[in-house]
Design a protein. Structure first.
Length: 95
């Protein structure tokens, strides 16, 4: 379990090295559902991150996500607080 506090406009990024075919589960708990996360696939070339995974992008306000990773490499789990400051507890499981 990872815990943190975000101020307005801040982001927290967690890097996750994974292999294609592994199962990833991410969930977040925050008071008044004030924090959400995004998950990005590994980047290519000079790009530090790739596209967001389906269901965990900027428009999704994800609070829970489960799936099988299509690509291996360094994934980014980014926590944001769209409405202002937020404390959170983030759970990441990779199998």
């Amino acid at each position: 379990m990872l815990e943190g506090l975000l101020t307005r406009g801040a982001r927290a990024a967690y890097l996750l090295d994974a292999q294609a075919g592994q199962k990833l589960s991410v969930s977040i708990k925050a008071p008044a559902e004030s924090a959400v996360f995004r998950i990005y696939a590994p980047g290519t070339g000079n790009a530090p991150r790739g596209p967001a995974l389906q269901g965990a992008g900027e428009a999704d306000d994800a609070r829970a996500w489960n799936g099988t990773l299509a690509a291996g490499g360094r994934h980014v789990v980014e926590v944001v607080a769209p409405g202002g400051s937020a404390s959170y507890r983030l759970s990441i499981t990779l199998r």
